[in-house]
Design a binder for this molecule. Sequence first.
Ligand SMILES: C[S@@+](CC[C@H](N)C(=O)[O-])C[C@H]1O[C@@H](n2cnc3c(N)ncnc32)[C@H](O)[C@@H]1O
Length: 313
Amino acid sequence: MVEDLKMRMSGHIPILVAEVIAAFKFTSALTFLDATIGGGGHARAILEAFPGANLWGIDRDPSALERVAKFLPRNRLHLLHNNFSQLDHLPQKNFDGILFDFGLSSDQLDMPERGFSFRFDGPLDMRMNPTTEFSAAQFLQTAPREMLIKAVRDFGEEPNWRRVVNAIWSARGTNKLDRTLSFAELVHGALPKCQRGKTNPATRTFQGIRIAVNTELEAIQVALPKAFAALAPGGVIAAISFHSLEDRLVKRFFREWAGLPTTRLDGRGKDERQSMGKLRTIKPITPSADEILANPRCRSAKLRIFQKEGTSS
Ligand SMILES: C[S@@+](CC[C@H](N)C(=O)[O-])C[C@H]1O[C@@H](n2cnc3c(N)ncnc32)[C@H](O)[C@@H]1O
């Protein structure tokens, strides 16, 4: 019964919750920003673990905010429809803890009409914020070839990207780019037989198109420095990534702020780097085997934690 109720609230299972809460125990923990409130699982855990704290929750998806507004207690929660790339425009500054949990929630993935998944037939939409931005179908019909290549090759990391891009190009003007299943079939047909193994071969392309349509990496690139600026002295940023493109950005920013070389090729000497805080995770925290068993969607999650210099008030 309780489980039933939870499912109606949100089907999303929050990831690495204990580890996120432990990360924030380093702070005075008064004011939080959940930059990706999604199904509200982390927000709920933070409000419970820090009874005196206020939490600002944002999401670019209005339906996520509507859902959490129905079941999270509102006395210490402030919800705003926003892209985290705009977090410098929030009325609140000086956060003790900021959480990013990138990507999609299960609520979004499991709704056929949102068009994120080829497990169901639906319009090929993929917009996290359906009130703006181009749908994936419009993107596929109109984007210049270089943008398609970037989406499939760079964001999808599809080794046979040429075949997929050519198939999309040839399908323009037909209805094959309109629906999740017809598009998945198109990608499947474009790939060599040897690639048609256990994982659906359309997975990479779906990920790449989604990242492109929602300009996901650009948003992270813009948001992380703004999050650092919005952090109170001694405050903590915790970021959960789901693929290497996200994790690479987080790792680079965190290392830069900690005054460490950002890549192997970073030739700057120690005196050329400035430390503005410390890494709380040298290696990312990943879910345990038990957590993966209970929630297979978390298997690729990586949590990194950074703490800004200074003493929190
Ligand atoms: C993995 S879910 C977060 C789940 C949440 N931590 C929970 O416990 O339920 C990611 C959420 O981030 C939102 N999101 C992704 N990119 C965003 C952005 N640039 N700005 C604001 N929200 C974003 C998505 O719409 C989605 O609801």
